[in-house]
Design a protein around this ligand. Structure first.
Ligand code: HEC
Length: 141
């Protein structure tokens, strides 16, 4: 257990949390008040995992992946706690990609986890990396 690697993990988490908070507040403040042509165009190809997560996932999974987004109270089952090391280290990157791409139902989970078929494979991979930063864990078969 090297302390330098865990402090760089903390820095990474702090940085991604900051961008999530900014992203989440942009999400709350953004669309309806603006005319369509004034809305920011999502820079899909350039978006990082943190940005994609803020745009698509925080409403349910929460800014830090704690499963406590504003929409979570209305959901049953609750959104997965993506920050949970124990659970997330049992789920492979492949499974995570599949669930994001095809939705919960296709993997025998709740249909409340939507499919994000519009995201490209590289975008989904960057989301998986972001989730791995949130749980500070890797798949342990
Ligand atoms: C509308 C709410 C909602 C949104 C938006 C949402 N999720 Fe989920 N997600 C859920 C729920 C509910 C579950 C729990 C499904 C279950 O336990 O059966 C879940 C489960 C998951 C899981 C766990 C899968 C497993 O194998 O257990 C992952 C990973 C995940 N979501 C990632 C994401 C990512 C990444 C995004 C954004 C691209 C996202 N979710 C957006 C509601 C949501």
């Amino acid at each position: 257990m090297s302390s330098s690697s865990s402090s760089s993990t903390r820095r990474l988490l702090a940085a991604s949390f900051t961008s999530l908070v900014l992203g989440a507040s942009a999400l709350v403040l953004a669309p309806s008040a603006l005319h369509a042509d004034q809305r920011p165009v999502p820079a899909a190809a350039a978006a990082t995992g943190a940005e994609l997560f803020a745009q698509n996932c925080v409403a349910c999974h929460g800014a830090k992946g704690d499963g406590d987004g504003p929409a979570a109270t209305a959901l049953n089952p609750k959104p997965r706690k993506l920050s949970g090391k124990d659970v997330m280290s049992k789920i492979s990157d492949q499974q995570i990609m599949q669930v994001i791409k095809s939705g919960g139902q296709a993997s025998g989970k709740s249909p409340l986890m939507p499919a994000f078929a519009q995201l490209s494979d590289p975008q989904i991979k960057s989301l998986v990396s972001h989730i791995r930063a949130l749980c500070a864990c890797d798949f342990k078969p």
